[in-house]
Design a protein around this ligand. Structure first.
Ligand SMILES: Nc1ncnc2c1ncn2[C@@H]1O[C@H](COP(=O)(O)OP(=O)(O)O)[C@@H](O)[C@H]1O
Ligand SMILES: [Mg+2]
Length: 281
């Protein structure tokens, strides 16, 4: 738990099958997830993109055991997160998962190194050892010399690096990030996304990142697009665009933008799009 060095990407995948999530009841019901299945392999980085309200955060929270889906299963290391008690899920989240949110997740009164060390200290690791591990991660993320700064003395990008260090100190199996660059300008956001994916990869953890950054395909091994609570498309880095079985329609704007950002993927021309529309009518 105290090593910074890469850990082998072994172990079991995170497998979500047939997830549905309905908020509210009857006429107020919102079907946030309408049947999502997704496997995240050990060490894999998956970007989730899609319009606002398409169910990205709900999916992330179900995968991470933060909320229970209405139906479906999430299996992780031999357990189904959806059937565990709240207490067991909380313990498992602390032990096996790391989280990075949009912003505002650091405690303002603590220096960077203690913010990053917090998960280890909560897990009972001594303060000395925890801050040593945290300092190594901060240095790895380009923050050497800034250990004693408080969040208010850091730029937005630097604060997100501290949050990334905090997500990684406990050697999680999966890191979940929900629009981690949403509060940053585009250039800083791209930089943080690159740092995030690189650091998670170095740690051996898998990554599930919700983002609006269309350049995300450069950093992740797979991009999954969502629409209306379903997976609407899927493609892999380094190979021509591969469509999920569900996608028989023209790729949406987010899919096209993400595909365009990866050199191996072409953007369908208007003519091709029209042909696809014809073919799927
Ligand atoms: N706690 C909640 N109560 C009721 N509706 C919710 C709740 N959380 C999300 N929703 C609704 O579920 C849908 C999906 O939301 P969300 O997963 O946050 O989408 P995204 O992250 O893609 O913007 C939206 O219509 C949203 O309004
Ligand atoms: Mg969201």
């Amino acid at each position: 738990m105290t090593n910074l060095g890469p850990v082998p990407s072994t172990g079991s995948p995170l497998v979500a099958s047939g997830l549905t999530k309905v908020y509210g009841t009857d006429h107020t019901a919102t079907h946030a997830l309408a049947g999502v299945s997704l496997t995240v392999s050990p060490g894999e980085s998956v970007a989730i993109m899609g319009p606002s309200g398409s169910g990205k955060t709900t999916l992330l929270h179900c995968l991470a055991g933060i909320i229970k889906p209405t139906s479906g299963a999430v299996s992780w290391r031999g357990e189904d997160l959806t059937t565990l008690s709240e207490g067991r899920r909380t313990a498992l989240r602390r032990q096996d998962f790391g989280f990075v949110f949009q912003s505002g997740q650091l405690l303002p009164e603590l220096p960077a190194v203690e913010n990053a060390a917090l998960p280890l200290m909560l897990a009972g690791v001594s303060r000395t050892e925890a801050t040593q591990v945290a300092a190594r991660w901060l240095a790895h993320l380009g923050l050497a010399g800034m250990e004693q700064r408080r969040p208010g003395e850091l730029s937005g990008g630097q604060a997100q690096r501290v949050a990334i260090a905090r997500a990684l100190v406990g050697s999680p199996g999966v890191v979940f990030a929900d629009e981690p660059t949403g509060a940053l300008d585009q250039a800083t956001g791209a930089e943080v996304l690159s740092v995030l994916t690189g650091a998670v990869q170095a740690s051996g953890a898998a990554l599930v990142v919700v983002t609006h950054d269309a350049g995300v395909a450069r950093y992740c091994s797979r991009t999954v697009t969502m629409r209306d609570g379903r997976v609407s498309g899927e493609f892999f880095a380094g190979s021509p665009a591969q469509q999920a079985p569900a996608q028989t329609h023209v790729p949406d704007a987010a899919t096209r933008a993400a595909m365009a950002a990866h050199p191996a993927n072409g953007v369908p021309s208007a003519a091709q799009a029209a042909t696809t529309r014809e073919a799927t009518r």
